[in-house]
Design a protein around this ligand. Structure first.
Ligand code: MG
Length: 383
């Protein structure tokens, strides 16, 4: 029996995790979902409570807690970030799936790792803004992180083909987003609805825009750095428009190992849940004969200037990644609201990083201060 807490249960990764757990149990695994953490989608959480029968849940707001308490009088119901942290820390849990969106995911990851637990991680911010803290927690308490993101799942799989000291570089594939072929001078005038049309994956609005600017790919480089302990100058993005290969590892003998799969997140979710097993749970299969040609091209820095800015923040370390993360969230929101042009996202990130004076190692408090400063900066800047 493996007892699981799913944080971010009502989101895309959370709902697919529940689906995968049902498939795994039909295949003979003994997973029990004992805790569900959600935000404001109380209606879906209530459906999940009926279907899954967890012992504890958590919602973002007090009103949601009251609504659930009247329907499920015996259920333990927490609220907000503290509620998520106590679910991650709760006794008798073997695996925490962190599928939360945003900076709210960092403290639950740390709480689980401080208990020496395994975290199946889809929350980007845990490593993007909290990489140094997470690395320290892993070091001190012996927990483990298994990535859920498709690129990092691919890297984990390809890394099993050799030893760490034999790795020459990690190559992370990127679709290029909806503006791969748009003339660069037209990017100033692209509209939110053009950016939201992602060619291969259907995802939330922010991550879709982050894929169009390559901010998401820079975040994935940071995550790979912390997950696998590879220096930044040996992690490279490559444009691969069809997204059939999810990432590759080049070894020093010249061999390159790639992982291919259909673009279905349930495959990396399942790998994270039962790593390193590969059970057959009837997930979609890749038809290579209809996958078409596999093509690759370098990432053009003039088309994706935000990529270098986020990487510069990563190399600076400390609270700089928290600054670009928070500024990006605000700038993406302003672009979607029609307030700033698409190219304003990259310009705003660069301006925020240049203006940020914070130094030194990140504490949770310093990260929060940097986040607050960057949000104000990004909401006031005009173009
Ligand atoms: Mg990804």
């Amino acid at each position: 029996m493996r007892r699981v807490a799913i944080l971010g249960a009502t989101g895309s990764i959370g709902t697919q995790t529940i689906d995968v757990i049902h498939r795994l149990n039909r295949a003979g695994y003994g997973f029990e979902i004992v805790a569900l953490g959600a935000g404001r989608n109380v209606a879906l959480l209530a459906e999940q409570i009926v279907a899954v029968r967890p012992r504890a849940v958590c919602v973002a707001e007090e009103s949601g807690r009251a609504e659930l308490a009247s329907r499920f009088p015996d259920l333990e119901i927490g609220v907000g970030e503290e509620g998520l942290v106590s679910l991650a820390r709760r006794d008798g849990i073997d695996l925490v799936v962190n599928a939360l969106v945003g900076a709210v995911g960092l403290r639950p990851t740390l709480a689980a790792l401080e208990q020496g637990r395994t975290v199946a991680l889809a929350n980007k911010e845990s490593l993007v803004i909290g990489g140094e803290l997470v690395a320290a927690a892993l070091n001190e308490h012996g927990g483990k992180i298994i990535p859920i993101d498709s690129e990092h799942s691919a890297l984990l799989q390809a890394l099993s083909a050799g030893k760490r000291e034999e790795v020459r570089r990690l190559i992370i594939t990127a679709s290029g987003g909806p503006f791969l072929r748009t003339p660069i001078e037209r990017l100033e005038r692209v509209r939110p609805e053009d950016a939201l049309r992602h060619p291969n994956w259907s995802m939330g609005a922010r991550i879709t825009i982050d894929s169009a600017t390559m901010v998401n790919k820079a975040f994935e480089v940071i995550e790979a750095h912390y997950l696998f302990g590879i220096p930044y100058d040996r992690i490279e993005p490559i444009i691969h428009p069809s997204s059939v290969i999810h990432s590759l590892v080049e070894y020093r003998d010249g061999s390159v190992i790639a992982q291919l799969a259909p673009p279905d997140m349930r495959i990396p979710i399942q790998y994270a849940l039962v790593y390193p097993d590969r059970p057959d749970t009837d997930l979609p299969r890749l038809d290579l004969t209809s996958a078409g040609a596999l093509s690759f091209e370098p990432l053009d820095p003039a088309r994706y200037p935000a990529f270098a800015t986020v990487l510069a923040a990563a190399r600076r370390g400390g609270t700089a990644p928290a600054v670009v993360n928070a500024a990006d969230e605000v700038l993406v929101g302003r672009f979607l609201a029609g307030e700033i042009p698409f190219t304003g996202i990259a310009r705003g990130l660069s301006a925020a990083l240049a203006a940020w004076r914070g130094e030194g190692p990140p504490s949770l408090e310093a990260i929060r201060d940097a986040d607050r400063w960057a949000r104000r900066f990004a909401s006031e800047i005009s173009f």
